[in-house]
Design a protein around this ligand. Structure first.
Ligand SMILES: *Cc1c(COP(=O)(O)O)cnc(C)c1O
Length: 427
């Protein structure tokens, strides 16, 4: 018996907090009832009632080659038929580590884990274990998963200790994380001048994709590199989202910065739970069993996830792949901007690699404060107008969008036709 989303959501809420297993899925920000999905193929999703949508969420990033790609599904099926898990080494794990190292040369050694949260949490422990220091610097609006030390927002002044951004995070733990403004070089220079000798590491999304999409200002990432070098702190690029999206070698390849540590996730598992932490050999050798910094995982390097990741990365690293997804993202953005202009709606958009940002304001934001100034009510109306026309955007004005290699002419035409009507309703 097929059930409507309302019924499914009602039922889910009886057994699952808020009816969802990750909060943004609940549609709290845009209002309404979340869509329950049943299947996906290429660029398209099918919901529980059989309606189809062009997908611009891509499972929040992983589905770079498109949904249920034949080669990825075949690799997963073949792996599953051999073993679901060993909890012991396999050759495929080494093959994946080798492939990641060839794509991202700063990964001299790489450890596989199960989630981005785990990767960033371990990166902080490793930075502290390596430097013998306690403080971490992060940027307001960057998301690095939900470990205690990273659910922290700015305190009252720029150079004060961070405050918990979630209940349950002890103030004592939040106080070890200092929060700066993204793209504000002068501010972090001031922070390092005051406390540089106590800072173990700086963690940053080199392209910010968790406060909509914010590009690094020219010189910002270079300044972080120079500050960390001068003060003996580690530079951690959280490329869980940007890895394989901004360029095959991640944002570090696109912007020419070599971080000390890098976290990867999302695309590298092709839709299965897989993440990685890698970087300088002398730092990575501090991880157990070689060194004193402990990290472990029952399902780390799980053969099914590794098979999906390997198949996905082989497709995504092929010549011409990146150019194809970049071209679609650029055409999408240009088309949406043209439709908004036609309707007289204050709107802009930009893309980098296969990621894009939509903004109900006249210029792309360069800071968290500017992101917060965008017109959320307008985005929410636009979101629902697009959803009603079969276009699935991220259900929040503060998320980046993603395209896949399966998006083509037909999907672009369908999206822009829907946008023409959706912007028309806004005017
Ligand atoms: C998604 C994300 C994470 C968290 O990854 P999970 O697999 O959801 O734990 C961390 N950092 C960034 C930049 C992300 O986009």
């Amino acid at each position: 018996m097929s059930q409507t989303p309302d019924h499914l959501f009602e039922r889910a809420r009886l057994s699952i907090p808020g009816g969802v297993n990750s909060p943004v899925r609940a549609f709290r920000s845009v209002g309404g009832t979340p869509v329950f999905f049943d299947s996906a193929a290429g660029a398209w999703l099918t919901d529980s009632a059989g309606r189809r949508y062009v997908d611009y969420v891509g499972s929040w990033g992983p589905m770079l080659v498109g949904h249920t790609h034949l080669e990825v599904v075949a690799a997963v099926q073949a792996a599953a038929a051999k073993a679901l898990s060993f909890g012991a080494p396999t050759e495929a794990e080494t093959e994946l580590a080798e492939l990641l190292r060839s794509l991202v040369p700063s990964l001299e050694l790489v450890r596989l884990l199960c989630s981005g949260t785990e990767a960033t949490m371990t990166a902080l422990r490793l930075a502290r274990g390596y430097t013998g220091r306690s403080l971490i610097v992060k940027f307001q609006g960057c998301y690095h998963g939900h470990s205690d030390g990273l659910l922290v927002k700015a305190g009252s002044g720029a150079l004060t200790f961070g405050n918990p951004s979630s209940a349950g995070v002890p103030a004592e733990i939040a106080a070890l994380t200092l929060v700066c403004d993204y793209n504000d070089t002068a501010q972090i220079e001031q922070l390092f001048a005051a406390r540089g000798e106590e800072i173990a590491g700086v963690i940053v999304e080199p392209v910010a994709g968790n406060m909509n999409l914010v590009l690094p200002r020219p010189g910002f990432l270079e300044a972080l590199r120079a500050l960390c070098d001068r003060h003996g702190a580690l530079l951690i690029f959280d490329e869980v989202m940007t890895g394989l999206r901004v360029a095959p070698g991640g944002a570090q390849a696109r912007y020419g910065i070599r971080p000390d540590l890098t976290t990867l996730g999302k695309v590298i598992g092709g839709g299965l739970p897989l993440a990685a932490l890698g970087g300088r050999r002398d730092i990575m050798e501090k991880l157990a069993p070689l060194g004193p910094v402990y990290q472990a995982g029952t399902l780390s390097g799980n053969p099914i996830a590794v098979a999906a990741g390997l198949a996905t990365l082989k497709l995504a690293a092929a010549p011409g792949f990146q150019a194809g997804v970049e071209a679609y993202a650029a055409q999408l953005v240009a088309g949406l901007v043209a439709e908004a202009k036609r309707a007289g709606v204050a709107f802009c958009a930009q893309s980098v690699g296969s990621m894009f940002g939509l903004y109900f304001r006249s210029t792309p934001p360069t800071s968290f404060a500017e992101v917060m100034q965008s017109d959320v009510a307008r985005f929410n109306r636009f979101f629902h107008a697009m959803l009603a026309r079969g276009i699935y955007l991220a259900p929040s004005a503060f998320e980046a969008g993603f395209v896949s290699a399966a998006h083509g002419e037909a999907e672009l035409a369908a999206t822009l036709a829907a946008a023409r009507e959706a912007f028309g309703e806004q005017a």
